[in-house]
Ligand binder design. Structure first.
Ligand code: SF4
Ligand code: ZN
Length: 395
């Protein structure tokens, strides 16, 4: 019924450069995104799939360009709270399609369509849309109506992205104020085990999932949308590690869900029993021994970090679902968490970050410290960073 096969066995497929027919979004494309919106039952025309701009078949082989997925759903039992969770399913379901790869989320999305799948007839985004609507409605009965728009036209992508950025921000704002101490339950997510089989995200009010797309509220909503799904409740239990912040019950769940690969998580330390990372983190915290401090780099930073490696190399070191001391994949929003790396000293241990990221987190860093954190504008390598730290009185 579809031009290519569909099923969970295709999750985890990689499509390399040279293998893709077309690529949408990704690091070399500036405008891309995806957004799910819950609307009224009379506002969604069920099964409607729109392609705004050139379709796969109209694009030259090897094309790379702007992209946006707009997903509208309606259903009696759907709540606004569930939008981010429904949006995250785009990642899961697109990866079910043979020869189609989806990575990251929100305004970072990256999709590739394999040449073989194109040759087998997957030549329109309408095929992708048909598969998505069938999967969503089959797996999530709360969805009664669903429509999709795929935009490849750059002006339309920009327009949709503008609106989506406001929504992403509103979602992040909601989390402010709620603390781990205020709740009895955290949430776990194992959606990324198809890529990193021993990875589990522990999501708390002060620790967003490392993809940035699943907050504590989203975890809670997800357990309602799909009780059998990849997100589940974790009654937190007792605080057994006051320094790195660890809970006995969380550790038990981690051991179970990682098949014994990890048995203890410090929720807020990159150095001792760090949380595992899959591959879709928005940013990486990395330890720099020479200054006994951390660098932080986000996915959008182009070029080499202060340690000489670009994001992609550091990503290789951080990812894979193992506990890698000194490397921690995080959601950008975690950088503004009151518990940000509290077990390691928080911002007092941060030595370097890109200037754009520094601007983003400035309200979370004490005033006197902000100027003492170097960026790519101040230093180019670890020697210069050491000197910078000495001059700042931090070494
Ligand atoms: Fe879930 Fe974590 Fe993967 Fe995000 S990164 S989808 S929270 S497992
Ligand atoms: Zn992941």
């Amino acid at each position: 019924m579809y031009p290519v096969d569909v099923g969970p066995q295709y999750e985890g497929e990689r499509i390399r450069k040279g293998e893709f027919q077309v690529e949408f979004g990704g690091p070399s494309v500036s405008h891309k995104g995806e957004l799910a919106t819950v609307r009224g039952l009379d506002e969604v025309e069920h099964d409607k799939i729109t392609v705004t701009g050139p379709d796969i078949k109209d694009l030259p082989e090897g094309y790379s360009g702007s992209f946006f997925i707009k997903l509208d759903v309606a259903g009696e039992a759907l709540e606004k709270d569930m939008e981010a969770v429904l949006e995250r399913r785009i990642h899961q379901y697109i990866n079910y399609i043979e020869g189609v790869f989806h990575m990251a989320q929100r305004s970072d999305v990256w999709i590739r369509i394999h040449k073989n799948s194109f040759k087998n007839g997957l030549n329109s985004l309408e095929h992708v849309g048909r598969i998505l609507i069938d999967l969503y409605t089959a797996e999530l009965p709360v969805i009664e109506k669903m429509s999709l728009e795929f935009a490849t036209d750059p002006a339309r992508v920009q327009e949709l992205l503008g609106g989506a950025m406001k929504v992403y921000k509103e979602r992040d704002e909601r989390m402010k104020g709620l603390r781990e101490e205020d709740v009895e339950e955290f949430y776990g997510c194992v959606l990324c085990q198809s890529f990193a089989p021993t990875h589990v995200c522990v999501i708390t009010p002060e620790r967003v999932g490392l993809c940035g797309a699943v907050s504590w509220y989203d975890g809670r909503a997800a357990t309602k949308v799909d009780p059998e799904g990849a997100q589940f409740a974790i009654p937190k239990g007792n605080l057994v590690d006051e320094e790195g912040i660890g809970y006995d019950n969380v550790n038990e769940v981690v051991a179970e869900r990682t098949m014994g690969e990890s048995t203890r998580f410090s929720l807020h330390s990159a150095l001792s029993y760090p949380h595992t990372s899959c591959g879709c983190f928005e940013a990486i915290v990395f330890y720099i021994p020479e200054v006994d401090g951390f660098g932080i780099v986000s996915r959008d930073f182009v070029g080499s970090t202060v340690v000489g490696n670009p994001f992609s190399t550091l990503a290789g070191m951080a990812s894979g679902g193992k506990q890698n001391e000194g490397y921690l994949g995080v959601g950008v929003q975690y950088l503004s968490s009151p518990k940000f790396l509290i077990g390691d000293g928080g911002y007092s241990r941060v030595a370097w970050m890109p200037s754009t990221l520094k601007e983003l987190v400035q309200e979370s860093v004490s005033e006197g410290l902000l100027d003492k954190i170097a960026t790519e504008k101040d230093v180019q390598n670890v020697d210069e960073l050491t000197e910078f730290m000495q001059n700042a009185g931090r070494l």
